[in-house]
Design a protein around this ligand. Structure first.
Ligand SMILES: CC(C)(COP(=O)(O)OP(=O)(O)OC[C@H]1O[C@@H](n2cnc3c(N)ncnc32)[C@H](O)[C@@H]1OP(=O)(O)O)[C@@H](O)C(=O)NCCC(=O)NCCS
Length: 168
């Protein structure tokens, strides 16, 4: 696991689009998933990496291909309780359930601790089976909200850790 650099933008965008398609098939409309574009994602990731606020780590395969990423930083909605947030963690389907997720999220959480965030929140779609990943890290559901993605009404759930150290 290492900190993402500008050279990783294409690789991150590829993982982002590919894992959205495999993760949200049957949850988010096929139309929307088919419209996801690696080049547009790469533009967004360029901005994210350049703004210097987010913490982004990548996981590489043995051949140096980016197979996963995780990012986090200050909580984005001004939540009165939770200060630190993991914004996203995505691993290519072919590389899931091999322990990479835990290895990838830990340096992001460690950096959030380093930046003095006392607690942590992570939002996930209620229908996403991967929520168990956050439960395996000790997260508890602390909030729920509706979200509209491409005309589909979905529910997002928030996993919270009151003491961020417990997520490590
Ligand atoms: C969720 C994700 C990041 C987890 O990473 P991972 O490398 O697959 O997970 P790990 O191997 O580190 O798993 C650690 C533990 O989490 C739990 N877990 C992870 N994924 C799970 C799943 N799909 N279903 C049930 N439990 C899961 C298990 O307890 C697992 O331990 P085990 O494999 O010994 O049973 C990864 O599967 C992924 O990218 N999924 C698709 C994208 C996604 O849903 N991202 C989160 C959006 S909110």
């Amino acid at each position: 696991m290492r900190i993402a650099s500008a050279a990783d933008i294409q690789g991150i965008a590829h993982v982002h689009v590919d894992s959205w398609k495999s993760t949200y098939k049957g949850i988010i409309s096929n139309e929307y998933l088919a419209s996801l574009d690696t080049e547009k994602r790469a533009e967004s990731w360029e901005k994210i990496l350049n703004n210097g606020k987010s913490i982004t780590y990548v996981a590489e395969s043995e051949t140096g291909e980016i197979v996963g990423f995780a990012s986090g930083g200050q909580e984005q909605t001004g939540d009165p309780i939770y200060m630190g947030e993991v914004y996203a963690i995505y691993i290519l389907e072919s590389h899931q359930r091999k322990g990479l997720g835990k290895k990838l999220i830990k340096p992001v959480i460690a950096e959030l601790i380093n930046r003095k965030f006392p607690n942590l929140v992570i939002w996930a779609l209620e229908e996403n089976g991967c929520r168990s990943f956050y439960e395996s890290l000790g997260g508890k559901i602390v909030n729920k909200k509706p979200i509209l993605i491409s005309g589909s009404s979905l529910i997002e759930v928030a996993y919270g850790w009151d003491n961020i150290q417990e997520a490590l």
